[in-house]
Design a protein around this ligand. Structure first.
Ligand code: SF4
Length: 581
């Protein structure tokens, strides 16, 4: 008897032949990727055990499972989405679904589907799942409640009409892994504690200077649930967050929450910094190992902030190295890499990625992947929206942002790291000059044969998307320079697909050839179609794209990073001496 059936959006359970570039695929419109091609490229799926339970599951739903196991009398299991019919029964009380991009309007999907004008595969799969849950619920347990949560919950704030259309009772927001048992017990008993939970959601709003503040929006229909701002349960301390009890997809383990860099378009920065000690990280690594996952993928919004002590953001090298050593020295662990990081700390301390690579055993056949918010090539936009992202450097004083980026990329590639960058279009105050700085930076790095992907995103700020009544048309209002930047970004992805398609992935050589061939063909097809589409937008766009193809100019102060690092070290030493005196 399973009272709480926990499951997840099927698109989160695809392994995409372990080709990193293929994880974009669910963002693609259904109309342009035929089902047989999608099904083949998304394979294999995470396995189910003989009872239909997911052997691997998204980290978020594993945290919910852990909290319920530890603190609740409700019996919960994480069920594979393909086996729900075996567990949704007459005694099921709650069906909870973890999702990342349920309506296909995540920052990346909306670039592919132009803000939902096409239906992306990710939405198609979520809707199919919810429809199936609705059928099973109607037939077997009409009184059960359907709960949706995870990183994509905000999309229902944009399209609240989809909540009832998809048969959802509650959309749960925010960190809940210390109190989700109280919510689920309240739902089952029909009395949610209103001193702990608020029927509404927390929204981040940004003022004209980009300062973030939190606002709570009440939901008269009672679908949205968030932690009450005056709840006696404050945001959980690390010791209150339960350790996962079932294995997470790709060996995900959390190492910290928050970031602390205050980029003015980012919600993460409103979350307080908290760090998992290495021993707690290792506990979760062991859970994954028991399911045969030998990789540790560190969940973090910025790895270099791990155990941060220096206000100028020099990374805490000892703590970071200790974390990797602790994990990698455990018997059976073969790889570790972070989910997200920034660039400036690497330019400041290029030894850092190399140290990690040595611990991990990275090399020409074993790269370290990391997602990085590159955002722009423009000094002005960095100074306006994200000055602290460049710490310990001061953009425009010590070096240009482009110089910092290139210096960091060289250090990362030299240590066998391959960054997957994102850039933002449409930041407030952006001009065509800023866009050309970004085009120049991408092309310059490609001309130096640096290995990186770059994905353009419009309106990446979740906060700024919230509360809009009408979705933006991403492409209709592009300036010619913005269109050229989108083209250049995908041209670089095609370059990387051609380099990596034959190197990465875990198939047999024959299947690797097939998957790699499809990937290269798909990248070429997409770029050709995109170029034709963008050039049709207006004649100026055609000219901008042609100019962008060979534009490699980057803002430069001729910075000598070796000298700069030396000066900064001396300054910091003197400061320490003065403080000690
Ligand atoms: S560095 Fe990244 S996670 Fe941190 S505040 Fe900036 S955008 Fe957000």
């Amino acid at each position: 008897m399973v009272q709480v059936v926990l499951t997840f959006d099927p698109s989160l359970g695809h392994m995409f032949h372990n080709f990193p570039l293929l994880s974009f695929l669910p963002c693609a419109p259904v109309r342009y990727v035929p089902p047989p091609v999608y099904r083949y490229l998304s394979k294999p799926d995470v396995r189910a055990d003989e009872y239909g339970r997911a052997v691997l599951a998204p980290y978020g739903i594993r945290k919910v499972e852990a909290c319920l196991r530890l603190r609740s009398r409700l019996r919960a299991e994480v069920i594979h989405p393909n086996h729900l019919d075996r567990h949704i029964r007459g005694d099921t009380k709650i069906i909870a679904v973890n999702t990342m991009d349920p309506l296909g309007i995540g920052p990346l999907s909306l670039m592919f589907n132009n803000c939902g004008r096409e239906k992306s595969w990710v939405r198609h799969e979520f809707e199919t799942l919810m429809h199936w849950i609705g059928v099973l619920k109607r037939e077997r347990c009409p009184g059960a409640k359907v709960v949706v949560g995870g990183a994509g919950e905000w999309e229902f704030e944009i399209m609240p009409e989809m909540i009832e259309a998809l048969g959802i009772d509650y959309v749960v927001q925010g960190e809940m892994d210390d109190i989700i048992h109280l919510l689920f017990e309240g739902i089952v008993e029909g009395s949610i504690d209103n001193t702990i939970f608020l029927h509404g959601y927390r929204s981040t709003v940004f003022d004209s200077k980009g300062r973030a503040s939190i606002m709570y929006v009440k939901d008269p229909k009672g679908h949205f649930i968030t932690r009450h701002p005056f709840s006696r349960f404050k945001l959980p301390k690390i010791e209150d967050i339960p350790t996962i009890v079932g294995a997470a997809i790709s060996g995900q383990v959390e190492i910290m929450r928050g970031c602390g860099l205050d980029c003015d378009f980012c919600e993460v920065t409103t979350r307080p910094l908290r760090y998992y000690p290495p021993e707690k990280v290792l506990e979760e690594v062991k859970v994954n190992l028991r399911a045969g996952i030998k990789n540790a993928w560190f969940i973090t919004d910025n790895q270099w902030a791990y155990m941060l002590r220096d206000p100028n953001y020099w990374p805490n090298k000892e703590a970071i190295v200790n974390l990797y050593r602790t994990v990698m020295s455990y018997d059976g662990v073969t790889h570790a890499n972070p989910m997200h990081a920034t660039l400036a700390p690497v330019a400041a301390d290029p030894e850092l990625p190399m140290l990690i690579s040595k611990i991990v055993g990275a090399g020409p056949g074993k790269h370290i992947g990391v997602q990085i918010g590159l955002e722009t090539g423009s000094d002005k936009l960095v100074q306006t929206h994200m000055a602290r992202k460049a710490l310990p450097f001061r953009v425009g004083v010590d070096a240009t942002w482009a110089e910092i980026v290139v210096e960091a990329k060289m250090a990362l590639n030299a240590a066998y790291w391959i960054p997957a960058d994102t850039i933002i279009l449409g930041m407030s105050g952006e001009t065509d000059d800023d866009i050309w700085d970004t085009i120049g930076l991408i092309n310059y790095m490609a001309s130096q044969n640096l290995l990186f992907t770059v994905t353009p995103m419009a309106l990446v700020s979740l906060g700024s998307l919230r509360g809009q009544n009408a979705l933006t048309d991403v492409y209709a209002n592009l300036t010619p320079a913005q269109a050229a930047l989108i083209y250049i970004s995908w041209r670089n992805t095609k370059r990387m697909a051609e380099i990596l398609a034959w190197r990465l992935g875990s198939d047999t050589p024959l299947l690797k050839l097939l998957t790699g061939g499809l990937l290269v063909f798909g990248a070429n097809f997409w770029l050709g179609a995109l170029e034709r589409y963008l050039k049709r937008l207006n004649p100026m766009t055609e000219r901008a794209i042609e100019k962008a193809k060979t534009y490699t100019v980057i803002p430069s102060k001729g910075t000598d990073f070796r000298k700069l690092r030396q000066q900064m070290r001396e300054l910091s030493l003197n400061r320490a001496l003065r403080q000690g005196a």
